[in-house]
Design a protein around this ligand. Structure first.
Ligand code: OKP
Ligand code: ZN
Length: 345
């Protein structure tokens, strides 16, 4: 399968994150994409660089003030203190209920909190460039589908499905899956479906399309009562306004088996078929793997081939976007299993 490789991903390499109150090495590492790249090359898949600048479509997915903040966040941070070059900024204050988010503060940490859903997206000098190259890959994939390509895989990081119109969170800064869906719409697809199979609910993607009937969002994920991102992803979230009926959440209890997961996939595929979409975007998180260090589902490597075959059965052109998956050494095999399962139908 034609793969767009985000070569800028390497510039986003945070040293640590905060996990259970302690500094720990990041789970979301550059090695993840390198394992996928290695496995793609070993199994004969061609890699290309993204060729489309996503700037225009990006501005229809994210807000201008968020994009302006993110693009300049690192230089603003460094300007505060030269020693900040060696430090990672984290938010520590957020405009929750009763506090105002319409006025952007001047203070850097206050702005960082305004544009963050959690403290889980460590920012570095290369974060903007890496995230922007990811949305460039998504926009390029949409252009390739329009030109007749049957499926394109975006091998990119950091992931994106937790990033909303104006916030980062859960390792995500910009949302390539949302950019792919929006770019497909603008390239002439009347209806698009987004299927999010990452272990974690894609709250950012859901919220971006929640009021729209042209982009159906379907997600299979750990029940938010116990699993991140906690505050979205319940079954009663079905869309609003014109988008009523165009959002389907299929939460599963933590610890669910592969059998339960594929049952949910059947329901997801049935809803997507009913949408009569012209194209599909798959938020391909592989943290449903049994060996994932931060998730609790139990898919094995051959289950990812089965996922690919099942998706091929929808008969749609597909943009695959890499999301989570933290068993890094197995990530390549699992990702390429999806791709080859799809190709072999
Ligand atoms: C991103 B994706 C907090 C650690 C927990 C939340 C998990 C993010 C998963 N510092 N982070 O959906 O794979
Ligand atoms: Zn995830």
């Amino acid at each position: 399968m034609l793969t767009l490789f985000n070569a800028r991903h390497f510039g986003h390499a945070p040293a640590f994150e905060i996990f259970r109150g302690e500094r720990v090495p990041c789970f979301e590492t550059p090695a993840r994409a390198e394992y996928v790249r290695e496995q793609l090359a070993a199994r004969g898949h061609a890699l290309r660089e993204p060729h489309v600048d996503s700037r225009a479509v990006l501005a229809r997915v994210h807000t201008p003030r968020y994009l302006a903040f993110l693009e300049h966040a690192w230089s603003d941070w460094e300007a505060l203190d030269p020693a900040n070059a060696q430090r990672q900024p984290f938010p520590s204050v957020w405009p929750v209920r009763t506090l105002r988010s319409d006025r952007e503060p001047a203070n850097f940490t206050a702005r960082l909190g305004l544009y963050s859903m959690d403290n889980g997206s460590p920012l570095t000098a290369g974060s903007w460039a890496a995230a922007k190259a990811g949305t460039d890959a998504a926009a390029s994939a949409a252009a390739l589908l329009r030109a007749g390509e049957g499926a394109v895989f975006c091998c990119t990081r950091p992931p994106g499905h937790h990033a909303g119109a104006d916030f980062m969170g859960g390792y995500c800064f910009l949302n390539p899956a949302a950019v792919a869906a929006q770019a497909l719409r603008e390239a002439g697809a009347a209806r698009v479906a987004v299927l999010d199979v990452d272990y974690h609910h894609g709250n950012g993607t859901q919220s971006i399309f929640y009021g729209r009937a042209d982009v159906l969002f379907v997600s299979i994920h750990g029940d938010p009562r116990t699993e991140y991102p906690f505050y979205l992803g319940h079954a009663d979230e079905t869309g609003e306004g014109e988008g009523a009926g165009f959002n389907l959440n299929l939460p599963l209890p933590a610890g669910s088996s592969a059998g339960a997961w594929f049952g949910a996939l059947d329901a997801a595929c049935a809803r997507i078929a009913r949408h009569r979409a012209d194209a599909l975007v798959v938020s391909l998180g592989l943290d449903t793997f049994a060996g994932d260090p931060i998730s609790t589902f139990a898919l094995h490597s051959d289950d990812f081939s089965r996922l690919g075959r099942r998706l091929r059965g929808l008969g749609l052109p597909v943009v695959f976007v890499l999301e989570g998956g933290y068993a890094a050494a197995e990530l390549g095999v699992n990702a390429v299993n999806v791709i080859e399962g799809f190709e072999q139908g």
